[in-house]
Design a protein around this ligand. Structure first.
Ligand code: INI
Length: 159
C-alpha cells in the first residue's frame, strides 16, 4: 500500500515567527490579525510567537533569512501588502519579496509561508485581508502550520 504523508493543523508545541511589513499597515495589520487567528484556532502558544516588524516588503527576505538561519522557529510567516498604484516600484518590491522569501525557505529547510499580498488597488488588497475574499494572512499561517507538521513527520520518517 502506498503511504500518504501530510501535515496536520495542530500547532501545539510549535514556535512561529511572523515578519510583517509596516508599509500599507491598514492592510498588513489585518493580515497579522488573520495569522494570529489561525494560530489561536490551531492551539499554538501565542506567548511564544515572535512578531517582527519591518519597514516594507522589500525588507522581508533579509529578515526572514536571519530568522530561519537562527533555526529557532518551526516556521516563519511573511506578511506584507504591495499595491501597484501606477509605479514600476511595485514590480521590484513584489518580485524581490517573492523570490527572496522562497529562497530563504528552500536554502534552510524551514517552512516560510508567503502572505505578501499583491494588488492593483487598496480596495482589492483590503478585500483579501479580511474583507469579502478571505484573509491571506490566515491562509499563510495555516500553510505554515501544515508545513511545519509535515517537515516534522518527514524528519521522523528519515531517521
Ligand atoms: N513596500 C510595501 O510593502 N508595499 C508597497 O506597496 C511599497 N511601494 O509601493 O512602494 C513598498 N515600498 C517600500 C519598500 O518595501 C522598502 O521599504 C523601501 O524601498 C526601502 O527599502
Amino acid at each position: 500500500m502506498p503511504q500518504v504523508i501530510e501535515g496536520n493543523l495542530d500547532a501545539r508545541g510549535m514556535k512561529f515567527a511572523i515578519v510583517v511589513a509596516r508599509f500599507n499597515a491598514v492592510v498588513s495589520d489585518r493580515l497579522l490579525e488573520g495569522a494570529l487567528d489561525a494560530l489561536r484556532r490551531t492551539n499554538a502558544d501565542l506567548d511564544s510567537v515572535d512578531i517582527v516588524k519591518v519597514p516594507g516588503s522589500w525588507e522581508i527576505p533579509l529578515t526572514v533569512r536571519a530568522l530561519v538561519s537562527a533555526g529557532s522557529h518551526d516556521a516563519v510567516i511573511a506578511l506584507g501588502a504591495v499595491i501597484r498604484g501606477g509605479t514600476p516600484h511595485f514590480d521590484y518590491v513584489a518580485g524581490q519579496a517573492a523570490s527572496g522569501i522562497a529562497q530563504a525557505g528552500v536554502d534552510t529547510g524551514v517552512p516560510v509561508a508567503f502572505g505578501v499580498l499583491t494588488a492593483d488597488t487598496m480596495e482589492q488588497a483590503i478585500d483579501r485581508a479580511g474583507g469579502k475574499s478571505g484573509n491571506k494572512g490566515f491562509d499563510a499561517a495555516m500553510t505554515a502550520i501544515e508545513m511545519a507538521s509535515l517537515l516534522r513527520k518527514l524528519g521522523k520518517a528519515a531517521r
